[in-house]
Design a protein around this ligand. Structure first.
Ligand code: SF4
Length: 208
């Protein structure tokens, strides 16, 4: 049984099995959302949830949000942005500023974004929650799924485990991104990943 079907089976809290489950989908950027929406929209009633206080600077945050809202309009999906509480984010990752991308800082960053998604999913009566974060080849799907599942237990709302980079998910997101004419960023999001990108550019003469 594949992961999506397993997750649907887990969704035993849904009061009516004839209904398509309501899924709150955490989205970090429109390009990554494209392929996940394509894969899930036949089986789930999706609401996009933009909660990314990690994104720096504010102009970049609002640019990514605007792109997602435009994609949501094109696909006729609801899009729910949360507050841009970037001061909280800097407090959460205090002491981890110099960790490399993929280290403990990212773990905290995943956890905080997924925790807010789980809280909203529980308080607003969604059947499940999920994230598009695993589309990125740079992100550890196993870790993200572990965090999501633990939060699912804590907030009593099932987390849909998946690794959306599988089956050429990332490649497909690039194709869809071109088709929709979306802006695609070249760094993960926080100031530290932006600085790392600048250093790489200097050394390689190109973006990652
Ligand atoms: S590199 Fe990406 S996942 Fe890691 S802390 Fe920065 S924004 Fe978050």
């Amino acid at each position: 049984m594949n992961k999506l079907r397993q997750a649907k089976r887990l969704c035993s809290v849904s009061p009516d099995f004839s209904m398509i489950p309501r899924l709150l989908l955490h989205v970090c950027c429109a390009p990554d959302a494209t392929v996940v929406i394509e894969r899930l929209r036949d089986e789930y009633d999706i609401t996009l949830f933009f909660y990314n206080p990690n994104i720096h600077p504010a102009e970049e945050y609002y640019l990514r949000l605007r792109e997602l809202q435009q994609l949501a309009d094109k696909l006729n999906l609801p899009c729910q942005p949360a507050d841009y509480d970037c001061e909280d984010w800097f407090n959460w990752i205090k002491g981890l500023e110099s960790d490399p991308e993929g280290g403990r800082r990212c773990e905290v960053c995943f956890h905080k974004r997924l925790e807010k998604t789980a809280q909203i999913a529980a308080s607003e009566g969604f059947d499940m929650f999920a994230t598009v974060l695993t589309v990125s080849p740079h992100k550890n799907a196993q870790l993200i799924n572990l965090i999501g599942s633990q939060l699912g237990i804590k907030y009593q709302v099932p987390f849909l485990e998946a690794n959306f980079k599988k089956k050429d998910g990332f490649k497909r997101s690039l194709e869809l991104c071109r088709q929709f004419g979306l802006y695609r960023q070249d760094y993960c999001g926080c100031i530290f990943s932006r600085n790392e990108r600048e250093i790489r550019k200097k050394h390689n003469g190109s973006a990652p």
